[in-house]
Design a protein around this ligand. Sequence first.
Ligand SMILES: Nc1ncnc2c1ncn2[C@@H]1O[C@H](COP(=O)(O)OP(=O)(O)OP(=O)(O)O)[C@@H](O)[C@H]1O
Ligand SMILES: [Mg+2]
Length: 248
Amino acid sequence: MAIQRIKSKWAKTNVLLKSEELRDQIPLTSMWSPLSLKEMLNEYEMVYIKPDRGTFGKGVIRVEKQVNDHYSFQLGKKKRVFSSFENMLIPLQRKVASRFYLIQRGIHLLTYLGRRFDLRVMVQINNNNEWESTGIIGRLSHPNKIITNYHGGGTPMSMNKLMGRHLTLRETADFSIQLQKQGVAIAKQLQTEYPRLKEIGIDVAVDTGLKPWILEVNTLPDPFIFRKLEDKRVFHKIYRYCKMYGRF
Ligand SMILES: Nc1ncnc2c1ncn2[C@@H]1O[C@H](COP(=O)(O)OP(=O)(O)OP(=O)(O)O)[C@@H](O)[C@H]1O
Ligand SMILES: [Mg+2]
């Protein structure tokens, strides 16, 4: 039977929220509405708005409440500042009118040479029919952008290199093991509702306090990004599993 692919971030997030273990690593997410936006900005000061069924970071908007009660939003490279919430709402509503959008608590990502980065964790069903975390890679954002996606100008880079600014090699190794375990837990949780799932790619944001947050789970993860790693065994294994599912 065909591999299951689920596009709706809202649907996947709600399945993850059923797990007590995972719940506190999921940034609060709500459906788009001006009232929710206002409330979430009062609470968190920075949020992301994104299409429920997005890809490549297209349409993703970062919104901030500033100290002087000004507001800003950024889509692509352009940041626009407004003197009130209401003034921001008019152009913002035009951007989100066409589709179902979500609002998510914004996570302040760690940086490397002044650029934000997040992590992609690949988790796949292996030869023994067990979930296995097969690779982790970092994604460094374009200096003027708010997303880290490769197809949005981001640069894939090894986790050791990126985390090396914040942790020792030993600590990074421990952190990696933690993410691998968490990845398997996420896969198992999703499988409770989506039994024909075989591979997932988890976007993990690490905040400035080094807490990992689950930004979203992709069910059609790109294996080729892992070709950028020096250790070629990682990509070879990932690719071998993809082929095993008949993906290519
Ligand atoms: N809540 C958030 N806090 C901080 N950064 C975020 C948040 N949500 C998204 N981002 C940034 O924006 C990027 C794109 O968001 P997301 O992965 O949700 O969109 P997407 O279009 O589904 O991407 P894809 O499906 O290609 O992975 C993330 O990889 C991350 O860098
Ligand atoms: Mg993503």
